[in-house]
Structure formats: C-alpha cells, structure tokens
Design a protein around this ligand. Structure first.
Ligand SMILES: [Zn+2]
Length: 97
C-alpha cells in the first residue's frame, strides 16, 4: 500500500503543514469509511478501495468548511503534529518521535 516509511511520512506531513498546505487539526468532524482512490491530503498518495479512509471536515469561522481525505496513519501523524504546535523547533520534535 504505502511505500513511505514512518520518517518520510512525518517529514512530508510536517512539510505540508509548514508550507500551509495542511492546516492545524483544531475543530474537526471526523468520518471514517473506505477509500475510493482519493488522493490523501497528508501524504499525496492514493487511498485504495480496501484501505480505511478518514474524511475530516474542518470547522472554520466565517468560511466554508474544508474537507480533507487521509489514510488513517496519516491522520494520526497530522493530529499529533497539530497538538504539538508547528513552530519550526516543534516541527523538528514531531519528526524525531
Ligand atoms: Zn496518506
């Protein structure tokens, strides 16, 4: 399925968060299901049909909600990195776990 190592996954997700492609996981609604070949918003790889898919709806004040699709392990990393905050030093800490 995924060819990314844990370290590569962490570095990719942290990079996307730092560049603003991925927001922080703050107020979210979570829906679980199975993939239908979506592209994961965290790692950029396809979510195959038999894999668990998380759909994440981000609640944003005065804006339309944003919906992301992620693999389950990608969601876990994203959530964890979000909770640690994303200053550059914290981003490094997130990578080192
Ligand atoms: Zn992914």
């Amino acid at each position: 399925m995924s060819t990314l190592s844990e370290a590569e996954l962490r570095s990719r997700i942290t990079g996307r968060m730092e560049s603003g492609l991925l927001p922080l996981a703050r107020e979210v609604k979570l829906f679980a299901g199975y993939g239908h070949s979506e592209i994961c918003d965290a790692c950029g790889q396809e979510i195959p049909q038999q894999a668990v898919l998380y759909e994440i709806e981000l609640i944003r004040q005065q804006e339309r909600p944003m919906v992301l699709s992620m693999h389950r392990p990608c969601f876990d990393v994203w959530l964890e990195c979000s909770q640690r905050g994303m200053s550059p030093s914290d981003g490094q800490a997130c990578l080192q776990l």
